[in-house]
Design a protein. Structure first.
Length: 479
RNA sequence: GGCCAGGUGGCAGAGUGGUUAUGCAGAGGACUGCAAAUCCUUGGAUGCCGGUUCGAUUCCGACCCUGGCCUCCA
């Protein structure tokens, strides 16, 4: 089955054709590790993971590369800005590297909590400075740069296709336009769209990390790291490059300009961009400081799976509106899903017949939505259809859900395969359960209810089923 | 100012030139000692105005509104 993807370059749906049959190399822009990733950031990584797993399902051998940006960026506007990494380091009385490590670890923990597969290569900007310098030298040798004010700039007028990804009209580009209160135009630039490849004259005092280079001691510009590392790990031609929509106009245009100026040929075949998570008042912003992290949600009693389910209910190319009402709806949906799975497990235990033909139909239907630009909302609808089907046997439903979970990563497979004894109760509680069952047989409801409360106080939840059967669950994990 | 993306029921969110997916929430009912879960039934929407059409939520145009990018950000 073929995969259709929406290519930001050209703004249209295209059939995906890998450069090398059977293989896919793709690069996703990773986090800047000066603070926690917020749930808006995380939505983009959920999308990347869905892409990753869909490609896997199609049988591709995947090389997924992600950068970790651990060199400084501005916190504020123009000259009053500070190095974000340095600022955080000072606040925490730590070194910049310690800060980077701390937030990189936090990011990886978030990724794990959301059942996101680790990229095959996770590369840090600070470990690739020499490669960046080498690349910049080549770009310079090819005649695309100029020195001004101590910094080496990329001259976009030397690259004919600048703006092709974002439909930029260079004559209309305004330096410092937008909602900024303080506008500081870099007087060194020949063109407002030019950007720095290498800084030696830092805008801020005491840049935390600097390196020697042919242009003087300094640090790399903000765009060169992705070009450098993508080429190092994926070669001169990559299949897919992903990121958030905010990257389209500046970061990715600049990456293309640098990379193709160096390569002399097209660099990336498919550009894919994830839309933002919206709050009532606009996007969630890392640099504004107040944002929701996955940990915040967990502290409020929400499982990471609830947030992941929420992400799947909207298409990656449309902005999603986050609210706690919406998250509660995702939570209820997810818990309902889990209950139905447990229900089906009980049914399958008594009748494990399957209907492979129908199973296949549901799987094909699910896949057809996923293979059509990752249409997770419709794929989710297929999942519910299968679950509520009157004709699909319980065992087949479970088989189908295991398939779904390969892509969605909602811990469904864990629920399906977890044996009932996976939740171990103490011998003392086992006796209480036994006593309660006896009380129920005797229709001694008062004792039964008291014992149920007692079990609850021990963290043991119990649900009564027909025929004097029951089901235990961990009450501390139920919300 | 330029560019981009949207406006669908209480919430979230799809598809579609002709009975508006799906989930949550709501209402009614079944089952149940209770609880939980499950099942059945059900009401409710396409920003505004024109145009094309036998027919538009879908196509076209104007308008209104929202969000994003043009500073690092997913």
């Amino acid at each position: 089955m073929s995969l259709r993807l929406y290519n930001t370059m050209g703004r249209k749906m295209e059939e995906f054709k890998p450069i090398t049959p059977g293989h896919v190399g793709f690069y996703g822009c990773g986090p800047t590790v000066y603070n926690y990733a917020h749930i808006g950031n995380l939505r983009a990584y959920v999308f990347l993971d869905i892409l990753d797993k869909t490609l896997q399902l199609l049988g591709y051998d995947i090389k997924h590369v992600m950068n970790i940006t651990d060199v400084g960026h501005l916190t504020g506007d123009g000259d009053d800005g500070e190095d974000k990494m340095k600022k955080t380091a000072e606040e925490r009385h730590q070194s910049v590297l310690e800060v980077a490590k701390f937030y990189t670890d936090a990011f990886m923990a978030d990724i794990d909590a959301l059942n996101i597969r680790h990229p095959d290569v996770i590369c840090k900007a600070t470990e690739h400075i020499q490669e960046m310098i080498d690349l910049i030298k080549q770009i310079e040798a090819n005649g695309h740069t100029y020195m001004a004010g101590g910094n080496l700039y990329y001259d976009i007028s030397t690259y004919d296709d600048y703006g092709k990804l974002a439909n930029l009209n260079l004559d209309e580009l305004k330096a410092g336009a937008g909602k900024r209160k303080v506008v500081v135009v870099d007087e060194n630039k020949r063109n407002p769209g030019d950007f720095v490849l290498w800084f030696t004259k830092s805008k801020f005092e005491d840049q935390a990390m600097t390196w020697d280079s042919p242009w003087g001691r300094g640090y790399p510009g903000w765009h060169i790291e992705c070009s450098t590392m993508a080429m190092k790990y994926l070669g001169e031609h990559l299949d897919i490059h992903c990121g958030g929509i905010d990257h389209i106009a500046v970061h990715h245009e600049n990456e293309i300009a640098q990379s193709e100026a160096f390569l002399g040929h097209q660099w990336v075949n498919y550009w894919m961009h994830a839309a933002f998570l919206q709050l009532k008042d606009g996007k969630m912003s890392k640099s504004k400081g107040d944002f929701l992290t996955l940990d915040t949600l967990v502290d409020k009693g929400y499982k990471p799976e609830y947030y992941k389910y929420f992400c799947l209910t909207s298409h990656y190319r449309t902005s999603a509106n986050f609210s706690f009402d919406a998250l509660d709806a995702a939570k209820n949906s997810y818990e309902s899903l889990i209950n139905k799975i447990i229900e089906q497990k009980n049914l399958a235990r008594e009748n494990d017949s399957v209907d492979t033909e129908q199973e296949k139909q549901f799987i094909d239907s699910f896949n057809s939505f996923m293979f059509n630009d990752l249409k997770t909302p419709q794929a989710l609808a297929v999942m519910w259809d299968a679950l509520k089907s009157n004709t699909l046997p319980a065992k087949s439903k479970l088989n189908f859900l295991e398939h779904v979970d390969k892509i969605f990563g909602l811990s469904l497979t864990d629920v399906i395969n977890k044996s009932e004894s996976g939740f171990v109760v103490s011998p003392e509680d086992e006796k209480i359960i036994e006593q309660r069952q006896q009380a129920r047989i005797n229709k001694d409801w008062k004792t039964s209810d008291e014992l149920r409360n007692l079990l609850a106080s021990h963290g043991v939840g119990i649900k009564d089923l027909p025929d004097n059967k029951y089901q235990l669950f961990d009450i501390t994990k139920a919300i």
